[in-house]
Design a binder for this molecule. Structure first.
Ligand code: EPZ
Length: 429
């Protein structure tokens, strides 16, 4: 199993290109199931999760062609995928595949909307909490699906097709909103989604669906209106930049000190996180090419932060912020409200000498003047990268084990960081 070795202490200087967003690319690829024409997606990040979803879609009969690089393409430019779901040969998504990636469960929506049936394995448990799918099932039932659960599979049928409805989510859910949105595009009549998730990835997917002929308004707000259409067609769409990758590298620079241009980043996608960094004493300067992040001389000030749905502080940056606050001058408080078990990084950060105590949903981090490198291991994607951030500022060597988590969501992490002066290498095997 690959590992990453980091020798801490170097400031970061240079440019980091921001990749396409994983959490937009995945639902965009799934949306290709809604049409028998080709969907072309540009700026798709090269990630393990994207490769796995290609396999899952292939199982349904979807053809995916990755276009090669053209002369003049930037080294880090994402790949272009030509996705054709002309012939759906199988409406079952098996346990062996769905259990490896939770988002693949979302195929239930386009399969049901277009093929009027789907049999999809319930997603497996996940290290960050129980993560049920009750609200996704509720949304599909509102749209007229008959749903049963048998042998660990959700069996969904809509013999006469889905019908528009009002779907009111009792809590904000990104997965529920994606599923409701995709399913409603081909439902008869109009659908209102209220208390919808406002995450930028929802608006990105809705923008692509509209290019495919859907009639969606209000995506990116809590109330989305969808006028169902009989058929969707092919389109071309560019995946928006990854706000979580942006915030992660911003926190890495905040941690080590130095100055880095996050090229292609869009500040409005993560304003809450940038505001927290500013409060912590980091200089954030949006410019034509993205965002410049620097911290020179000044130490890190402690902050009090609560995670919340967009536009609040994202849960997907909570672990990284906690790593940063281990070096703050004083006590920080971070409250996690989205997932009940997303503190698995706390015990690993303690291996660097961090002082963190947990009380229910709130972590108190007492900043220390020094972290020391250590062998560490992570349980989920964002937790893994928080260990990388700690290691970049720790004295001596850190070995991060189980980095397949990192490969699921960070494209060429070690290349991007070493290009800015970090001592970081992947050790194979
Ligand atoms: C998406 O997960 C992201 N994944 C997550 O990113 C992200 O942490 C999360 O949204 C919150 O922003 C993708 O986009 C692929 P939810 P999702 O439905 O859609 C509860 C990462 O690291 N809930 O908004 O699964 C749920 O348990 C990943 O990239 C129900 O109770 O999140 C949670 O407490 C990790 N019933 C809350 O809602 C349901 O049926 C929010 O979950 C569905 C969700």
């Amino acid at each position: 199993m690959d590992r990453i070795r980091i020798i801490g202490g170097n400031k970061l200087h240079g440019t980091i290109p921001i990749s396409g967003a994983k959490n937009a690319a995945l639902p965009l690829m799934i949306a290709a199931l809604l049409t028998d024409e080709t969907l072309i997606l540009d700026n798709v990040p090269r990630l393990a999760d994207v490769a796995l979803l290609q396999r899952i879609l292939g199982n349904h009969g979807v053809d995916i062609m990755a276009a090669g690089k053209r002369p003049g393409d930037h080294e880090y430019q994402g790949q272009t995928l030509h996705i054709s779901a002309k012939n759906i040969i199988d409406t079952t998504a098996p346990y062996e595949l769905v259990s490896k990636m939770r988002a693949s469960f979302w195929v239930v929506a386009p399969l049901l909307a277009r093929m009027h049936e789907a049999k999809v394995s319930l997603p497996g448990g996940c290290a960050i909490g129980t993560r049920p799918v009750d609200l996704l099932i509720m949304a599909l039932e509102k749209l007229g699906a008959e749903i049963s659960i048998d042998g660990g599979y959700v069996i969904a049928k809509a013999p006469g097709g889905l019908k528009g409805a009002t779907i009111e989510f009792p809590k904000v859910t990104v997965s529920g909103t994606h599923v409701a949105l995709m399913a409603a595009t081909l439902a008869k009549g109009s659908t209102i989604i209220s208390n919808a998730a406002c995450e930028p990835e929802i608006a990105d997917v809705a923008g692509c669906l509209n290019k495919m002929g859907a009639k969606i308004t209000g995506a990116g707000t809590p109330r989305i209106l969808i006028e169902g259409v009989a058929k969707l067609h092919g389109a071309r769409h560019t995946v928006l930049p990854d706000r979580i990758e942006t915030g992660t590298y911003a926190m890495a620079v905040a941690m080590t000190g130095g100055e880095v241009q996050l090229s292609g980043a869009r500040p409005e996608l993560l304003q809450a996180a940038l505001d927290v960094l500013t409060e912590a004493g980091v200089s954030i300067t949006p410019n034509n090419d993205g965002i410049k992040v620097s911290r020179n001389g000044a130490g890190i000030s402690p902050v009090t932060v609560t995670t919340a749905p967009f536009p609040g502080f994202p849960t997907d940056l909570q672990a990284q912020l906690m790593a940063l606050m281990t070096r703050a001058k004083g006590a920080s408080h971070i409250t996690e409200t989205i997932f009940e078990n997303r503190f698995m990084h706390v015990q690993e950060l303690a291996r660097f000498g961090a002082k963190i105590s947990l009380d229910g949903e709130t972590a108190t981090i007492d900043g220390v003047s020094k972290l020391r490198g250590a062998p560490v291991m992570a349980t989920d994607l964002r937790a893994s990268v928080s260990l990388v951030i700690a290691a970049l500022a720790a004295d001596g060597e850190t070995m991060v084990n189980r980095i397949y988590h990192l490969d699921r969501g960070f494209e060429r992490l070690e290349e991007k960081l070493s290009a800015c002066g970090a001592t970081i290498e992947r050790i194979s095997g």
